[in-house]
Write a protein that binds this ligand. Structure first.
Ligand code: PLP
Length: 371
């Protein structure tokens, strides 16, 4: 019985050819034609004036907060149900992540709950497009405008998701992406920031490239970073973008077949889709309601693992992690929706080359082990 991984990068187009071309040309660092092509094409796809490539999605968040001039003592509103990088980035710049519960209808930060967490020190909000579903950006932007806050959208998992007919990427002051190996578009390790404000772009590019003054060689007026993305990585991304329709269609097929095959199994729930959202088909999610299914999420994951089927539990809520727990308790944060989802959610194998037979086998194991 062949193992079914939870994700698998599809590199079957021009990926190898373009990387070989980059190697032959000797453009292997962060200058070269693929870097420019990647940034141009990704900005176009996101409907923004610019895209700035960086070395991963965590760095994209860090750089966005640096560009927003976030300082020690500032507070940033974030969901607790997200990957740890969202909150770590706040700590990198000395700010404190303040955790807000998620909306049961989107699994993203709840716009009705953010107001309660605002203090004099709040500077911004980082909505996360969890598991490919966009956050309710109109409500969040409106809230931010009223309170004079910036918005950095963490769309690491939501490549080409749409919000009210608009692609994710141009809906916030800055939007960050990851191109890690399990993402819809990947270069192994990579990331980007999309944005449209010219001054902010200049600041972002300067900080990304060691803070160098473009008109004076080896003159560095500010403390910058080396957060650049290589031409080799961009070669992979350019090849991935050529096949974007095919990659998305193949993943959408996986999503709809899972829904069809798992519908009607008592105790198994699906990720909700808001009427205004077209989520990115990143990782298919189920929730396991222990009382109705007869087993816990962890029991089901173990059974699937014993059948050589890899899965991922949902993220451990960040307010439960040792480095954030105490501050969260001091603030008295109550996040019941986050807790419920985190203990019941499971990601199933999702990738463009997942065969119908393998997908059906996953569903069969889930169906037959209900008690
Ligand atoms: C929501 C979210 N934000 C940020 C990141 C960090 O991206 P990277 O792994 O490329 O650093 C990830 C994970 O990959 C993520 O899922």
């Amino acid at each position: 019985m062949a193992k079914i991984p939870v994700s698998f990068a599809d590199l079957t187009g021009n990926e190898e050819k373009y990387v070989a071309e980059a190697v032959r040309s000797s453009w292997i660092s962060s200058t070269g034609p693929y870097v420019q092509r990647f940034e141009r094409e990704f900005a176009e796809m996101c409907g923004t004036r610019a895209a700035v490539g960086v070395c991963n999605g965590t760095v994209a968040l860090h750089l966005a907060l640096l560009a927003m001039d976030v300082r020690p003592g500032d507070e940033v509103l974030v969901p607790s149900l997200t990957y740890v990088a969202t909150a770590n980035a706040c700590r990198y710049v000395g700010a404190e992540p303040v955790f807000v519960d998620v909306d049961p209808e989107t699994w993203c930060i709840d716009p009705h709950r953010i107001e309660d967490s605002v203090t004099r020190r709040t500077r911004g909000v980082i909505p996360v497009d969890l598991y490919g579903h966009p956050a309710d950006m109109d409500a969040i932007n409106q809230f931010a405008a009223v309170h004079g806050l910036w918005v950095v959208e963490d769309a690491a998992e939501a490549h080409l998701a749409q919000y009210r007919g608009q692609p994710v990427g141009g809906l916030a002051d800055m939007t960050t992406f990851s191109f890690y190996g399990n993402k819809i578009f990947t270069c192994g390790e990579g990331g980007a920031i999309t944005l449209s404000a010219p001054q902010l772009e200049l600041r972002t590019r300067t900080l990304r490239g060691q803070g160098v003054d473009p008109s004076r060689r080896y003159f560095f007026p500010v403390t910058g970073y080396n957060f650049r993305l290589s031409n080799l990585a961009c070669a992979l991304l350019c090849a991935q973008f050529e096949r974007r329709e095919g990659l998305l269609t193949a993943r959408r097929r996986v999503f709809s077949r899972y829904r069809e095959r798992l519908t009607g199994i008592e105790g198994i729930g699906f990720q909700p889709v808001a009427p205004w959202a077209e989520p990115a088909p990143w990782m298919f999610c189920i929730t396991v309601h222990e009382a109705a299914y007869g087993r816990s999420r962890d029991e089901l994951a173990e059974i699937l693992a014993s059948e050589e089927i890899e899965t991922r539990p949902f993220f451990v809520p960040l307010h439960r992690l040792p480095m954030f727990r105490e501050e969260s308790q001091r603030r008295g944060e109550q996040l019941p929706v986050t807790e419920r989802l985190a203990s019941s959610g499971l990601n199933l194998p999702t990738y463009s080359q997942l065969s119908d037979e393998d997908l059906d086998r996953v569903c069969e194991v889930i169906r037959t082990h209900r008690r």
